[in-house]
Write a protein that binds this ligand. Structure first.
Ligand code: F0G
Length: 456
């Protein structure tokens, strides 16, 4: 079995074992559970010094150099990341993503302060880049020629790009017919060996886990703890953008649950280092058709974490990015939910489509899986968990252009045609903006303009 050497301290989340290296599937060799990094305290331990150091890097003269670590919104925070030799770092100046005010959505939901941290503004248009820069660099440092992942499309797009930049080959396993064209086209163009397997995401994961035990191929799914470390930086950067004043709520989509685990881990570490003085509540939203974590948390109630059980489901949702029935990082996500006092929610595909159009109408846009955050916020607001005066940040995970098919079908009004949700989809009618085909005359266009003037 190939062994992956690591430079920072790994720890098993279940039995606490601290191996010096990880097995090829990144599972604890003693108990089979997931590993995470336990980082030594950073060399600069005064919180104000750390904040100044990170901010200074953003504008340091070195940021003009290509591949500069300081140009990256991930490596800028390297004191909280595992150590990787600078010569092995593969970076595309990832991170540095904007925080947008969602004015109209705020009004519609009934909260005073609603913002979106748009991770879709990364180099390959999803949040995956922040984790991939760290994990792909670790693969390069360890001398691997091949990297691989099972994916619903975004991880594979990101992996393919970073592998090519690092002169490594990449193997993509994706469910046949269940990922968007935008994402598939990225992995092809970035040069991956792309295999569409006749199964779902969970089936792809099973095969990949067997493959990495047989072949010297480096696993880049989010069970790889380097991915989690890189994805932490979205939360660090968010807090920096908010002048280190924590929001009341952060809301994330839940699929394989790596991202929520990463953001929660960052928040706890920032609090432990006194970089923030209180924890925001981190809430996780799943699609109703892919909701094993939601069910698990509801069933557990106030029970002991150790007694929690996750029953895999057969997943189905139009938000293909989170069409996942057996999420790998559910125990990590459960821990951060408890640590921060967050909640879980589930939302239907119609609610997702509606929220996506609302985020679009605010001039921002995102892919369907990201829109679960706004749809979930509406429910958390209705339950009274989120209060009107509170400050809320949604993590938008992917760019609008990742899945144009979904968007076009929605606006044409045929997204839910022939499905069990067709009746409910009527509620989204007022948000639909189908293209209008006209004769090429001035009067036809003026007629369309005048007609539009009478609609909101
Ligand atoms: N949003 C988007 C756009 C995603 O692509 C994913 C996951 C998630 C949310 C959920 O994040 O898995 O960390 O809970 N996409 C993976 C992929 C599974 O293969 O691209 P998670």
């Amino acid at each position: 079995m190939p062994v992956v050497e690591t430079s920072a301290r790994l720890r098993c989340i279940a039995c606490g074992a601290t191996p010096h290296s990880a097995a090829a599937d990144f599972r604890c060799t003693a108990c089979g559970d997931l590993l995470e990094f336990h980082l030594a305290p950073p060399p600069v331990s005064n919180p104000e010094d750390l904040k100044a150091l990170w901010l200074g890097r953003r504008t340091s003269p070195g940021t003009a150099l290509p591949n500069s670590l300081d140009q990256s919104g991930v490596w800028r925070f390297r004191e909280l990341l595992p150590v990787i030799g600078a010569e092995n770092v593969i970076t595309l100046a990832e991170g540095n993503t904007p925080l947008y005010h969602l004015r109209r959505c705020a009004q519609a939901v009934g909260v005073d302060h609603l913002y979106a941290k748009h991770q879709g503004m990364n180099p390959t248009a999803s949040f995956k880049d922040t984790g991939m820069t760290v994990a792909a660099s670790a693969a390069l440092e360890a001398g691997f020629r091949w990297v691989a992942c099972a994916s619903t499309g975004n991880t594979s797009a990101s992996m393919a790009a970073y592998a090519s930049r690092g002169n490594m080959r990449s193997l993509v396993l994706i469910p046949d017919g269940k990922i968007s064209w935008g994402k598939l086209s990225q992995s092809l163009d970035y040069g991956a060996l792309t295999c569409q397997l006749r199964t779902d995401f969970d089936g792809c994961v099973r095969i990949l886990n067997e493959l990495v035990r047989q072949k010297p191929v480096y696993l880049l799914n989010s069970v790889n703890p380097y991915r989690i470390e890189g994805q932490k930086t979205a939360a660090i950067e968010l807090l920096e953008q908010l002048a280190w004043q924590p929001p009341d709520h952060i809301i994330v989509p839940g699929g394989n649950l790596g991202n929520s685990s990463a953001i929660g881990k960052a928040l706890v570490e920032l609090r432990d280092l006194n970089l923030i003085l209180r924890l925001p509540r981190l809430s996780i939203i799943q699609a109703e058709g892919a909701n094993p974590f939601y069910r698990c948390v509801c069933e557990l109630g106030d029970g002991e974490l150790e007694s929690a059980k996750l029953e895999p489901v057969s997943a189905d949702t139009l938000a293909t990015a989170i069409r996942i029935g057996n999420p790998a990082s559910w125990k990590k996500a459960l821990r951060v939910l408890r640590a921060t006092g967050g909640e879980v929610e589930q939302v239907t595909d119609v609610e997702i489509a509606e929220a996506k159009a609302e985020i679009g109408a605010d001039g921002i846009g995102c892919e369907p899986a990201s829109a679960v955050t706004l749809a979930g916020l509406k429910k958390l607001r209705a339950r009274g968990f989120v209060k009107p005066g509170e400050f809320v940040v949604l993590i938008l995970t992917g760019h609008l252009l990742k899945d144009p098919d979904f968007t076009i079908k929605f606006h044409r009004g045929d997204l839910f045609e022939g499905t069990s949700e067709e009746r409910h989809a009527i509620q989204t009618k007022s948000l639909q903006r189908a293209p209008i085909v006209l004769d090429a005359t001035l009067s036809a266009v003026v007629g369309a303009l005048d007609a539009a003037e009478t609609t909101p």
